[in-house]
Ligand binder design. Structure first.
Ligand code: OFO
Length: 160
């Protein structure tokens, strides 16, 4: 069982995971419009991964007998600042999600909610991996200049 405060926090975070999925889908659409289909593929896979994160939150809340509340998902932007801009915004977004996961963890520590702490540990590890992968891509994109099309090809190979 979790507290009503924790239930609210988890529901709020569930909405952030859905927003992340929506945001990456919007980025995929934008990449298609500028003819970077490899970038679009990468973003679509990322969007699906975020759905998986949301599913983990719902499963945990179900396991704890908590009420899952599906809140309205905010509309993401339509336009972005080119292929590099897309990844820079992804990095900023993931850093924000990391901070929010950390806040959730702090709340679980304050409440002595050990089960939620253990549940969140997977996400803490996942955020390190997500930030690293996106940060590495930003760095390579910055160096690629006119070879950015090679990166489009490489990113298009992402399978999961
Ligand atoms: Fe769910 O990790 Fe990205 O946002």
């Amino acid at each position: 069982m979790i507290s009503s405060n924790m239930q609210k926090r988890l529901n709020d975070h569930l909405n952030r995971e859905f927003y992340s999925s929506y945001l990456y889908l919007a980025m995929a659409q934008y990449c298609e419009t500028i003819n970077f289909s490899g970038f679009a593929t990468w973003m679509r896979v990322q969007s699906q991964e975020e759905q998986g994160h949301a599913a983990k939150f719902m499963q945990y809340m179900d396991d704890q007998g908590a009420t899952v509340e599906l809140q309205a998902i905010a509309a993401p932007p339509v336009q972005f600042r080119g292929p590099l801009g897309v990844f820079e915004e992804t990095l900023a977004h993931e850093q924000q999600i990391t901070a929010q996961i950390n806040d959730l963890y702090s709340a679980a520590v304050t409440e002595k909610d050990y089960a939620t702490q253990i549940f969140l540990q997977w996400f803490i590890t996942e955020q390190v991996e997500e930030e690293k992968s996106v940060r590495d891509t930003v760095e390579v994109l910055k160096m690629s200049g006119e070879h950015i099309i090679v990166m489009d090809h490489r990113l298009g190979k992402r399978g999961s």
